[in-house]
Ligand binder design. Structure first.
Ligand code: ADP
Ligand code: AMP
Length: 216
């Protein structure tokens, strides 16, 4: 199965991707995670991407399409994959269609996670992750069961993203509306778009997504 999770920053894509991965045995491909790894490693891609990411702008189509083109050729993508944060422009979506067509593959579903902009600011500024196993948390919405101890791996080391600050969030939301929202009519026209209520609590969103997947 090939799934795209589409939605603004903070919509809950990463949170739900972790659950879908577990339930469906699919690998999660997050271009944001890949780019942050490239920045941390100081690779050529990382050096090119860093300024765009810090400003809340999109990295060039050429860079992210190149990353995804290589990644989906790997063995663990043979039976399908879950895209989180890609595509983010119509040009990226067209490139993805072509990459899949060339291999006689196709997208099964695009799941839009719909969340109000006001809630997104709170979700993003309250987000943090375990520095060891990368499990995601939120200051008020999703705390570890034992204070300051990761549920997943027991680490007490947590970290926040450099771009999860109020100024960059505003730019990232504007970028989403200008460049990524046009993907909604694009995928609706292909008949693959399904919309879930991302405002619901995390478990309820997971149930709605499971429902969408079970109807395919
Ligand atoms: P995205 O990957 O779309 O940027 P995340 O999955 O990282 O978003 O979620 C952003 C923040 O909001 C995280 O701190 C997460 O714990 C929290 N969150 C995710 N889904 C929900 C939800 N349905 N309700 C409340 N908070 C949520
Ligand atoms: P994310 O982790 O999905 O919130 O992405 C973090 C940042 O990485 C974005 O604000 C962009 O600068 C960059 N990025 C991630 N995915 C893409 C993409 N598909 N196209 C362009 N830029 C991207």
């Amino acid at each position: 199965m090939i799934i795209v999770l589409l939605g603004p920053p903070g919509a809950g894509k990463g949170t739900q991707a972790a659950r879908i991965m577990e339930a469906q045995g699919l690998v999660q491909l997050s271009t944001g995670d890949m780019l942050r790894a490239a920045v941390a490693a100081g690779t050529e891609v990382g050096i090119k991407a860093k300024e765009f990411m810090a400003a809340g702008k999109l990295v060039t189509d050429e860079i992210v399409i190149g990353i995804i083109a290589d990644r989906i050729e790997e063995d663990d993508c043979r039976d399908g994959f879950l895209l989180d944060g890609f595509p983010r422009t119509v040009a990226q979506a067209q490139a993805l269609d072509k990459l899949l067509n060339d291999k006689d593959r196709k997208l099964d579903v695009v799941i839009e996670m719909k969340v109000d902009d006001e809630s997104l600011v709170d979700r993003i500024t309250g987000r943090y992750i375990c520095a060891e196993c990368k499990q995601g948390y939120h200051d008020t919405n999703l705390k570890p069961q034992k204070a300051d101890v990761c549920d997943g791996c027991g680490s007490t080391n947590f970290t926040r993203r450099a771009d999860d600050n109020r100024e960059t969030v505003t730019a990232r939301l504007a970028t989403y509306h200008a460049q990524t929202a046009p993907l909604l009519p694009f995928y609706a026209a292909q008949g693959v778009l399904r919309t879930v209520d991302g405002m619901a609590d995390i478990n309820a969103v997971a149930v709605e997504i499971n429902d969408v997947l079970s109807r395919l």
